[in-house]
Design a protein around this ligand. Structure first.
Ligand code: DSN
Length: 410
């Protein structure tokens, strides 16, 4: 087998894995064939450093049309004035914002990793925590909800130049208006990172940071169901001009035009009415699953969810840690990720919890009834503590559900 054939074979293997495992990773989804077509298109051959009409290479007239269309669709989707569609990922988008608006050593305030924040929100081992003086706020110790009074207290003490509102593992609605009031009190810039909740926001099912946050970043591949990538949005022209420089040439070179085309397709899909129905179903599925866990005596943090994900403390519920839970479920062809619970005493590589998300199964066609069934299967597997009969039975049911949805073979 030649070298290319080997890689093709491995890709096929991944196709097969995706078709035979149920994905409950909150940050994953399945893109449409049109999005896949664009990411595999000839646009990957084109260099286009710069912006439409202002490129550093010849032959960019065609790709200019793609980038302008992506920008216009994104503006319409979130009702914003200015956008940059070039960030290669959410992390790149965040770093570009910092590079545009901050100086090394400036103070930033974001949610701690263990409360559900993201690496790029100031974690000490990330560039955001190394280049800037980073501080964190936590959720409330009892409710595990964001304690806005505490965020305000910290902001008043620290006087950060930038406050980050947003999370990777927070199951409740975020109050962007309150964050803006806090930012205004201390003269900070407010950045909203909506990587996880971009889909429900675009569908009007979660309050929008537009009108509150000075700057908004997101990924495009989670609830938004586009290619793996990032975006930046703002209503402030001065910030927009800085951001454009912060992305290129500040932190990136040539944009990935094939991915920008795929983003344009995904934004177009998200502008369809059916996208709202999809997002509603994502949340309903998440809520129904969280309820089944609670009813069966599992500790679901915050008692439930308002969005596409929820966290289960498996250690306090059934005395196995998140890693063991993740591994057990994999044996039944169910993929989740181990996740820290706020104030977790366990290390991040053996955290107390798992994170469960419903964007991917909902794309496949999961109903509330399917989600309920799936939650029960998960509970049975977790409680089995490795009993092969239970694991095999659950696996059969998983394969039946996948067969019923059968979208991956379209
Ligand atoms: N690590 C991603 C997630 O799974 O939420 C966010 O970047």
């Amino acid at each position: 087998m030649n070298r290319t054939e080997l890689i093709k074979k491995i890709i096929k293997e991944e196709d097969e894995r995706q078709a035979s495992f149920i994905t409950l990773i909150a940050s994953e989804n399945y893109v449409s064939n049109d999005v896949k077509f664009a990411t595999g298109s000839s646009l990957t051959n084109k260099y286009a450093e710069g912006y439409p009409g202002r490129r550093y290479y010849g032959g960019c007239e065609v790709v200019d049309k793609i980038e302008i269309e992506a920008q216009e669709r994104l503006k319409k989707l979130f009702k914003v004035k200015y956008v940059n569609v070039q960030p290669h990922s959410g992390s790149q988008a965040n770093i570009a914002v910092y590079n545009s608006l901050l100086n090394p050593g400036d103070k930033i305030l974001g949610m701690s990793l263990s409360s559900g924040g993201h690496l790029t929100h100031g974690a000490k081992f990330n560039l955001s925590g190394k280049s800037f003086e980073s501080f964190t706020y936590d959720v409330d110790r009892n409710s595990f909800l964001i304690d806005y009074d505490d965020v305000e207290k910290k902001a008043l003490e620290i006087k950060p130049k930038l406050i980050i509102a947003g999370a990777s593992a927070y199951p409740r609605e975020i109050d962007f208006k309150r964050f803006k009031e806090i930012a205004d009190k201390v003269g900070a810039i407010l950045m909203a990172d909506i990587a996880h909740i971009a889909g429900p926001i675009a569908a009007g099912l979660h309050n929008s940071p537009v009108g509150y946050a000075d700057i908004i970043t997101s990924t495009t591949h989670k609830t938004l169901r586009g290619p793996r990538s990032g975006i930046i949005m703002t209503n402030n022209l001065d910030i927009y001009n800085s951001i454009n420089k912060g992305v290129f040439p500040g932190t990136q070179g040539g944009p990935l035009m094939h991915v920008i085309a795929a983003k344009a397709i995904a934004f177009g899909e998200a502008l369809e009415n059916s996208f709202v129905d999809y997002q509603k179903q994502v949340i309903e599925n998440s809520q129904v699953m969280a309820k089944v866990f609670s009813e069966n005596g599992f500790e679901v943090t915050t008692g439930g969810t308002d969005n596409h994900l929820f966290l289960v403390n498996v250690l306090s519920s059934i005395s196995i840690d998140g890693k063991e839970a993740q591994e057990l479920l994999t044996k039944s062809n169910i993929i989740v990720n181990m996740n820290s619970i706020p104030f977790d005493k366990n290390p991040t590589n053996r955290p107390s919890g798992i994170r469960i998300g419903t964007p991917a199964i909902t794309t496949l066609g999961a109903t509330k009834k399917d989600s309920k069934k799936l939650a029960i299967l998960i509970i049975n597997v977790l409680r089995s503590k490795g009993d092969n009969k239970v694991i095999e039975k659950a696996k059969k049911e998983v394969l039946k559900l996948l067969k019923k949805w059968d979208k991956l073979n379209d």
